[in-house]
Design a protein around this ligand. Sequence first.
Ligand code: ADP
Length: 398
Amino acid sequence: MSARSSNGIQQQQQPNTTPQRLQSTPWFHGKISREEAEMLLVPPYDGMFLVRESTNFPGDYTLCVSFGGRVEHYHIIYRDHHLTIDEEEMFETLGQLVEHYQNDADGLCTSLTIPVPKKGNPEVCFDTKDFQNAGWVIPNDDVKLGDVLGKGEFGDVLLGYWHGTKVAVKTLKDPHAVQMFLTEASVMASLRHPNLVQLMGVVLDGPSSRISLVTEYMGKGDLAHFLRSRGRQQITKKDQLNFSRDCCAGMAHLEAKKVVHRDLASRNVLLSDEMVAKVCDFGLARDLTFVGDASKLPIKWTAPEALKDSRCFSNKSDMWSFGILLWEIYSFGQAPYRRIALCDVVKFVEKGYRMEAPENCPAEIHEIIRQTWDAVPENRPTFAELLARFESLRTAYV
Ligand code: ADP
């Protein structure tokens, strides 16, 4: 932590590692047979993969990849502290190897897409050493805890003080959620943008070995609550446009980094004391461990294609959610589809029903919302395109 030991978010430097090193290893299944691996890669989906210990070459590993309805098994040789498949590209860790082949097929049948997570004890799937090595671990004693800021899915979020800076500390209560929790941390660690809530570090040695995420403190709390509590008396058109633009800028960064958020909503946007909106809650981002568990999906915010098939989550499905978020901003935090029962929303939307523009919503914003809800994902705009439109709308207000 020496490089980042003192005061303040602004002065902080990136830890001395590429953030990509922070990786969960849910795809590592240890000692399973070739047949077991093949059963886990069903139903087939090109690029779906896992890593197991090699049975034929003890000490080596095997990368199993689904492609064209078959499973290819690649021998990963471990020699002289390096791992390689083709004896050309060498890697220090399995995480680096997987990341390489996620970015590029480089001789494999396909690039790696969906990791098949190991079931059972999630603790063994995540190597907290990655956090340690990357300099993201904050000693427990360095953080002083204060009041409760809010209640999260995994536990309370507390105000904290870290080297004189206010921070938010989210502590994990249920150890079974550690995988998702650390996935959130690793996604946050790999991203740095003024409109994304910044991770400052992870406390791994908290009371009873609890894990906490330490993030920048956002003094005005979550946007959903802010919109509802301040309402149209206090929130101006300019504020609404700024919130929209800020969220779009954060999402454009995710889009550029090929990260899919999956849970974009006003409840997952936080406001700083200076009223800058930042997207947070990367708990579902990139995490594919919940494939098939549709019960966890925020139905009213999720694009129809992603509700039907979780492999269809994309930056375009995030764009659909962004349209709902815009609708929330311009309706001052009303609940979407409030006259339709939750179980009927999907049916309505699939038949072409779309919410009307919120009262007094500017025509140009309504036009953007309409485009985000195009039934065909490819027809929806990109966040980069929308950002340019928000910037020009903003100059019109000045
Ligand atoms: P979860 O994702 O587990 O539901 P959240 O991250 O949304 O939890 O946090 C729950 C609440 O805690 C938020 O709605 C917000 O009011 C508060 N909170 C979370 N993070 C911060 C932060 N960085 N600064 C200030 N308040 C926060």
